[in-house]
Write a protein that binds this ligand. Structure first.
Ligand SMILES: *[C@@H]1O[C@H](CO)[C@@H](O)[C@H](O)[C@H]1NC(C)=O
Ligand SMILES: *[C@@H]1O[C@H](CO)[C@@H](O)[C@H](O)[C@H]1NC(C)=O
Ligand SMILES: *[C@@H]1O[C@H](CO)[C@@H](O)[C@H](O)[C@H]1NC(C)=O
Length: 602
């Protein structure tokens, strides 16, 4: 524990077990929260979709929103409000079914095996499904589930269940932060239950030895019983740069500088990476030098959440962390000019990865389900960043004509076109399959064209019709433009996360309808007698169960679906930031005291 006790932490010692009072308080707080949100939020309909808006009208902003009267909402195509309320209720029931399956057949182990009704400890045996469910439980107002979880959390001590003397077991830092720490902190933000903060603080402190590297970037993992750090001195981007939100918010809650220092140490290291001709942070890092190992650029597996946290740290810190914004701007410019392709027959817009990024990048034309968070992230940036956020971006001199091309547009409009096209392709991957479920990975034919060059043609032709990548054609036999590389659907959230964010940022109800179809496919093809299961083959009915229910299904997939169908704006995007596991954390306005204490530049 720290030598600088803060008022919050000291009050933990007075913790008492007033279940009744706590219970009442939770109910009262949740009701008040829901009532407040319901009363003050009525902006989620009737805002223009991007397709209505290629002219000079500014793109939709998060505030202030024009008041809408109930009569001009839901015109023509949309079903009445009660339908959405019912659909949200269906998702809540699906969550309860999955979570009770976990509670009854797997707790206190990590995950449910949903076909056999048994359990697995694949994340240290610290009840990862329970921690990962906390914020969904609170958003859905599931008071009994929350009370039971609190009782379990009070007993948590984060030691290994079966230590073997002399054999270190490394807790994966990245996964433990985003799932356990993120879950605890978000649940604390909603419930203010002191035990959650105490346990989060203990866990974060226990994991902290990973920062003992020459570069200050975190190592892969730590043995929680001995503090021994994993010896490997190479790491991947997502693992070194996806804990800044959690440690910054924990610093705010505890007042402890050492927690903030962990965020700062990562930001300092990545700010010093020489991007050179790679143009964005690459996939692999050297933990001794802090430099990336040039070559492979990606927004998919092993890279994804590093890029996500660049934008999100800026948003979480009330638009103060300029280093993260600067890197976000560079990254997105590189992605838009290098990694976005349009498929030849159908005009699907996809994001791929590339090798030899420091020379002439060679695209793989793979399109991963994991990359489907990107459209949502880009839409979130366009929706929340100030108009001048991209003003200082200078061409990096990598592909000059393409870089000049992105300067030809209002950046928010350009980003929303990319976001919409990508999100359409992500959900189209579901709609193309007989099961209605999205594959883990596809590979496009290699005769696709760089999106930015198609944009250039479209612009030079006077912007006739839809921009490239928007409104792709439906699949036709022999002209799909891609083949399935990995046929499984692993109950992943990324596409539905983007569908939710596209709906929130455009107000276009088509996203809710497409999300509803995906949810129905999940219900139909992944439900088992004990919960929900990943499936083997999205192009075959029945798709075949894999007997696993990853905790992110509870944390993310069902949460984003619930928020997509809820008419209340339960998590306003200008006041909350989702961590990469979909645990919402409140935006921080640093006080002068915090700025001085944590050495935050103003
Ligand atoms: C941690 O909790 C487990 C399970 O409750 C218990 O068996 C173990 O003895 C505890 N370890 C410590 C160091 O308190
Ligand atoms: C950090 O690493 C150094 C050198 O590897 C070691 O001597 C030191 O004990 C470590 N400190 C902690 C707190 O783990
Ligand atoms: C998935 O199903 C398709 C269509 O029936 C089949 O061609 C393919 O071989 C299957 N793939 C796997 C991995 O089972």
């Amino acid at each position: 524990m720290s030598t600088t006790p803060s008022p919050t932490i000291m009050s933990l010692h007075n913790l008492s077990r007033r279940i009744t009072f706590r219970h009442i308080a939770i109910v009262a707080f949740s009701s008040l929260l829901l009532f407040t949100l319901y009363t003050f939020s009525d902006w989620h309909h009737a805002r223009p979709g991007i397709l209505d808006d290629y002219g000079d009208r500014p793109p939709p902003q998060h505030a202030p929103r024009p008041p809408t009267s109930p009569t001009d909402q839901d015109t023509k195509t949309s079903p009445p409000k009660t339908v959405w309320a019912e659909r949200a209720q269906n998702v809540r029931e699906a969550f309860l079914y999955a979570y009770r399956g976990y509670e009854n057949y797997a707790a206190p182990h990590d995950e449910l095996l949903p076909v056999t009704g048994s359990h697995i400890d694949n994340f240290n045996g610290w009840a990862v499904s329970m921690h990962d469910s906390l914020s969904t439980i609170l958003l859905m107002g599931l008071h009994d589930e929350f009370s039971r979880a609190l009782v379990a959390i009070e007993k948590t001590n984060f030691t290994l269940p079966h230590p073997v003397k002399g054999v270190p077991v490394y807790t994966p830092f990245f996964e433990t932060v985003i799932r356990h720490l993120g879950g605890l902190l978000s649940a604390y933000a909603y419930s203010h239950e002191p035990i959650l903060l105490k346990v989060a603080d203990d866990l974060a402190t226990k994991l902290a030895p990973v920062f003992n590297t020459t570069s200050g970037l975190p190592a892969y993992g730590v043995d929680p019983d001995t503090g021994a750090v994993s010896p490997r001195r190479e790491a991947v981007a997502a693992e070194v740069g996806s804990c800044q939100l959690e440690y910054a918010y924990l610093a705010r809650l505890t007042g402890k500088k050492e927690h903030y220092d962990r965020t700062a140490s990562i930001m300092k290291a990545i700010a010093e990476v020489n991007l050179g001709r790679v143009g964005m942070l690459a996939q692999d890092f050297d933990l001794n030098t802090g430099q990336h190992i040039k070559g492979h650029i990606s927004v998919g597996a092993a890279s994804d959440s590093l890029h996500e946290y660049l934008l999100k740290l800026y948003l979480l810190t009330g638009h103060t962390d300029k280093v993260s914004l600067d890197l976000y701007v560079k990254t997105i410019n590189r992605v838009l000019t290098t990694l976005l392709y349009v498929s030849p027959n159908r005009g699907l817009l996809y994001v791929t990865d590339a090798f030899r990024a420091d020379l002439t990048p060679i695209p793989t034309h793979k399109f991963e389900h994991l990359s489907c968070f990107l459209p949502g992230l880009i839409a979130l940036g366009a929706h929340t960043l100030p108009d001048n956020a991209f003003d200082d971006a200078r061409p990096m001199g990598l592909t000059l004509q393409d870089e000049n091309e992105i300067q030809q547009y209002n950046w928010k409009k350009l980003h929303m076109i990319a976001a919409q096209g990508l999100a359409e392709a992500c959900i189209q991957m579901y709609e193309d399959q007989p099961t209605g479920l999205g594959p883990e990975e596809v590979e496009f034919s290699d005769d696709g064209q760089l999106w930015i060059r198609q944009m250039r043609k479209w612009r030079l032709n006077g912007k006739q019709g839809k921009p490239p990548g928007i409104g792709a054609k439906k699949s036709e036999v022999g002209r799909e433009d891609y083949i399935l590389r990995k046929q499984a659907y692993l109950l992943r959230p990324e596409t539905l996360e983007s569908v939710f964010l596209l709906w929130k940022t455009t107000g276009d109800e088509i996203w809710r309808e497409r999300g509803w179809a995906a949810f129905q496919a999940i219900q139909k093809h992944t439900q088992t007698p004990y919960g929900y299961s990943s499936v083997r083959n999205v192009s075959y009915i029945p798709p075949g169960f894999l007997n696993e229910m990853p905790s992110y299904f509870l944390a993310e997939t069902l949460k984003y679906l619930y928020l997509l169908f809820s008419d209340e704006d339960l998590v306003p995007l200008d006041r909350w930031v989702f961590n990469t596991e979909a645990h919402p954390l409140p935006v921080i306005e640093w006080t002068p005291w915090e700025r001085r204490k944590f050495h935050i530049p103003s």
